[in-house]
Design a protein around this ligand. Structure first.
Ligand code: SAH
Length: 216
């Protein structure tokens, strides 16, 4: 691809984000800064700047950029936040978060995905991300509590341990619903007295599965 073509594709990419409702200036800047290209491998690299989910290793997917933008926007991250992401996948979402938060912890049940994502974080010099192989349904008790939690795989219900690891005043954004049909993107806000649930929009994610993957 020529430099001109690349520049045009990146311009279309930013336009698609805005037209799908990603309007937060900080989120848009983060998504302009973090190149999606390196997170997409093999035959799909040419399509990195299309607003589409794409296949990655281990039968998983890198999310659709506009969905990444909308979820990040709903998470309302501030520069002092410690954020947990469940479902590292390609590492793209974590890289976006790294631009907005103080510290990002990300976990995936596939060791290979974590290793591949880590090498991209290193190459991009994103020093505030720590990636672990673990079953993220249990969160990260050693690093808890978190100001923000984002889950990028769909559970039937909000995992209890994640609610427990959210600070008072904290926000969690996640898809919930039957895993292979349409799910809802939910925003959970923790108050002094409990949890407030807000349904945002229909989304479709790969399922949140139990345990660390056996191919590890
Ligand atoms: N956020 C990713 C896309 C995630 S795809 C990106 O930006 O590319 C969903 C990911 O969730 C997959 O990689 C899958 O392995 C992971 N996953 C599913 N169940 C999990 C669990 N219980 N704990 C941790 N990761 C899980």
């Amino acid at each position: 691809m020529s430099q001109d073509d690349l520049a045009e594709q990146k311009m279309r990419f930013m336009f698609a984000l805005r037209s799908k409702g990603v309007t937060d200036a900080r989120v848009l800047t983060a998504m302009e800064t973090i190149d999606r290209g390196p997170f997409v491998k093999g035959i799909f690299t040419d399509r990195a700047y299309e607003d589409m989910p794409l296949p990655i290793s281990c039968g998983q997917t890198i999310s659709q950029p506009s969905v990444v933008g909308l979820m990040t926007q709903a998470l309302d991250v501030t520069p002092r936040d410690k954020v947990l992401e469940v479902g590292t996948g390609s590492g793209y979402q974590a890289a976006i978060l790294s631009q907005l938060a103080r510290r990002v912890y990300t976990v995936d049940r596939h060791r290979r995905l974590v290793a591949e994502a880590k090498s991209i974080f290193d190459a991009m010099d994103l020093g505030n991300i720590t990636a672990f192989t673990a079953d993220g349904s249990f969160g990260l008790p050693d690093q808890a509590p978190f100001d923000r939690i984002i889950v990028t795989a769909a559970a039937e219900d909000t995992p209890g341990p994640l609610l427990g690891q959210l600070k008072v005043g904290g926000i969690m954004v996640l898809p919930v619903g039957q895993s292979d049909t349409v799910q809802s993107m939910i925003k959970v806000t923790r108050s002094e007295t409990g949890f407030d649930y807000q349904e945002l929009r229909p989304v479709r994610f790969v399922p949140l599965l139990e345990g660390v993957a056996r191919d590890n």
